[in-house]
Design a protein around this ligand. Structure first.
Ligand SMILES: Nc1nc2c(c(=O)[nH]1)N[C@H]1C(S)=C(S)[C@@H](COP(=O)(O)O)O[C@H]1N2
Ligand SMILES: [Mo]
Length: 361
């Protein structure tokens, strides 16, 4: 495995596409990850990107209880100790905010080592009733939200909420995480508990989890039904139909993150992230050259981001454009901006190729 850390005598090259005012700071309690600083597979907790809508709730771990309610045989309120006693699973997984893109220099993405209790273990303990279809997660964070209906606006108090199907909830992957990178979750990361949906965008990875509620009908809270969705053209029954769908699984995206030089070799490093679908290749293109195959690391799990590297020999001085594209085993190729624009109207889930510019001096 090629180590992503810089070796002796290796120097970072400057990207010329970062706006002068770009910083990792996104205002109170929000932070981007500076992907030029990737020097290992795991993002350190104090650099892990972070965002939320309704601020940070302060939760006392000792008196905290996770409420499990709705269509279950045995509703429960579980303490952190009780949850810890129910088993532990660990997974290296990355995710990006569905709004991550060139505007924020792809800084709303990170990769961590999470551990916690499988969601299925909790649901088995309370007993999900046969008529249950949906598992809703509510965070402890709340605030006044504006909801628009038929041209009128309404102000309501609500918690951040997200839902998944019972089928997805009972699959082996999702878990309720209590630690990242070997330490309890920070307030930023959702202390004391967050949902970890491996392979899904950030929005469903609900922080400060306070209540798991099981129900039969779809959950239509603002952050499920309105805010996190995409207007997309799909071929359905042989016709192109424009439909809206909730943000769920990550679409394959590769990004050139760091460019460095040692003697006459320019080293290009980037990451690929998706929903766990195995990858066929990652390729790199320099200026108007041909696509060249990059070497791809296997990553620490199916759901971890995969780092890729490409050695560029014979680079000339001046500004150059570098872009990458990933292709999965099904042959799905990461689209260009123009290609993606043909099937997606709204802004979220932008997995288009992102050409970067660097200066070689
Ligand atoms: N309770 C709660 N969970 C939340 C959110 C939120 O506003 N409230 N924001 C979501 C969004 S949009 C993203 S991108 C991720 C960010 O997770 P991070 O701060 O650990 O990077 O948290 C998700 N979980
Ligand atoms: Mo997000």
């Amino acid at each position: 495995m090629t180590l992503p850390a810089l070796t002796r005598g290796e120097q970072l090259l400057a990207f010329t596409d970062y706006p002068n005012e770009w910083t990792t700071d996104r205002g109170p309690e929000k932070r981007r990850y500076d992907i030029r600083k990737i020097d290992g597979e795991i993002t350190p907790a104090d650099q892990f990107f972070t965002t939320q809508h309704l601020g940070h709730p302060q939760i006392d771990g000792a008196s905290f209880r996770l409420k499990v309610s709705g269509l279950v045989d045995r509703p429960m309120e579980l303490s952190l100790d009780e949850l810890r006693g129910m088993g532990e699973t660990e997974l290296v997984a990355g995710f990006e905010c569905s709004g991550n893109g060139p505007g924020g220099m792809q800084g709303s993405v990170s990769n961590g080592r999470w551990s916690g209790v499988p969601l299925r273990t909790i649901l088995d303990k309370v007993g999900v009733k046969d008529n249950a279809r949906v598992v809703v997660f509510f965070g402890a964070d709340s605030g006044t939200e504006e909801v628009e209906f038929r041209g009128r606006k309404y102000e309501v108090e609500q918690n951040y909420g997200r839902s998944i199907s019972v089928e997805a909830a009972m699959s082996p992957e999702p878990f309720v995480a209590s630690s990242m990178n070997g330490a309890p979750l920070t307030v930023h990361q959702g202390f004391p508990l967050r949902v970890l949906m491996p392979g899904w965008y950030g929005a469903p990875n609900l922080k400060w989890l306070a209540n798991i509620h099981v129900q039969q009908e779809p959950y239509l809270g603002k952050y499920q039904a309105r805010w996190y969705r995409t207007l997309r053209g799909e071929m359905i029954g042989g016709e192109m139909r424009w439909t809206e769908a909730a943000i769920t699984r990550m679409r394959t995206k590769s990004i050139v993150a760091r460019v460095s030089r040692k003697a006459d070799t320019v080293n290009i490093l980037g990451f690929v992230l998706n929903d766990g679908t195995p990858l066929r290749s990652v390729e790199v293109k320099i200026d108007d050259g041909a696509w060249q195959k990059a070497s791809l690391e296997s990553g620490q799990s199916k759901y971890a981001w995969k780092l890729f590297t490409y050695e560029w020999k014979g680079a000339t001085t001046g500004e150059h454009t570098i872009v990458s594209r990933a292709t999965d085993v099904n042959g799905d190729v990461q689209p260009t901006r123009e290609e993606l624009g043909g099937t997606k109207k709204t802004r979220l889930e932008d997995n288009s190729q992102h050409p970067r510019t660097v200066m070689i001096s």
